[in-house]
Design a protein around this ligand. Structure first.
Ligand code: AMP
Length: 265
């Protein structure tokens, strides 16, 4: 696996590779990320990954400084997965000047996650557009674990006519149902045992339980829920009578750790 730390190095490496499928990450890789690499491999002959902890998508009160950075382990995992090229820029490379030019998503960027993390999707769209311009992939793979992010990136690609096909990757879970996430590392043992409740109550909502009851159960079990909401799967609008392709999305804090998950139904 080649590693490019700068944009010229990346361009040189890409020049001999042909069309690539791209998987952007913030590192601290787990099986969920590796599943995206496999999805990328099915979509193109060559896979390019990136690792970059994007300051723009963290608010000042969030965990940018303590976000787990495990580059050597990540490098070995990507190498073992057969990834051809890793783009791992420093902040100096990606943001040599304050990033005053930004991509603002539409109103969907202010809902659900956006309501509780103002500026989050602007930070995501801005870095994803920059990474797309650096890597110029034919295909990019995003996890359904971050379902709203997947839809917003797809919307950006359409709205800005980027010649990139966005491919979704299924959510990978631990045996007890907890969606794999870099932030699971923050959970104390007692919290880790409690954490699968989020997926459990979302599945119950998918089976007909009112979202308000699921939220109440989370509160009574020591969580601080931000939202538990049923939406339409294709555009995340509130469901209308007759809509059949739905999704329930939830976000809640357990101790100091904020977890999100969703279930399609
Ligand atoms: P992150 O490194 O958390 O920014 O995530 C990078 C990519 O991995 C995003 O497209 C996420 O949606 C995806 N991802 C994160 N967790 C999972 C998971 N448990 N299963 C599948 N994809 C995931």
């Amino acid at each position: 696996m080649r590693i490019a730390a700068t944009i010229p190095e990346l361009r040189t490496a890409l020049s001999s590779l042909g069309p690539v499928a791209f998987v952007p990450t913030m590192g601290n890789l787990h099986q969920g990320h590796l599943e995206l690499m496999r999805g990328a491999r099915r979509a193109a002959r060559t896979v390019v990954a990136s690792i970059f902890v994007n300051r723009l998508q963290f608010s000042p009160s969030e965990d940018f400084d303590r976000y787990p950075r495990t580059f050597e382990r990540d490098r070995q995992m990507l190498q073992a997965e057969g990834v051809e090229l890793l783009f791992a820029p420093s902040e100096q490379v990606l943001y040599p000047r304050p990033q005053v030019y930004r991509v603002r998503p539409g109103p969907l960027g202010d809902e659900l996650e956006g309501r509780f993390r103002p500026g989050f999707f602007e930070g995501v769209c801005t870095v994803v557009l920059k990474l797309f311009n650096c890597v110029q992939p034919a295909v990019a793979v995003f996890g359904k674990k971050d379902y709203q992010q997947l839809l917003i990136v797809r919307g950006m690609v359409e709205a800005l006519d980027l010649p990139i096909r966005i491919v979704p990757g299924e959510t990978v879970r631990d045996g007890d149902g907890l969606a794999l996430s870099s932030r699971n590392a923050y959970l104390a043992p007692g919290e880790r045992a409690e954490a699968p409740r989020l997926y459990r109550v979302l599945r119950e909502v998918a089976a007909g339980r009112p979202a308000a009851q699921a939220r109440l159960e989370l509160e009574r079990s020591g969580w601080q829920p931000d939202y538990v909401e049923v939406r339409r799967r294709d555009d995340l609008a509130p469901p209308q009578a007759g809509d059949s392709e739905l999704i329930v999305l939830g976000a809640a804090r357990l101790g100091g750790t904020r977890l999100i998950d969703n279930v399609e139904f």
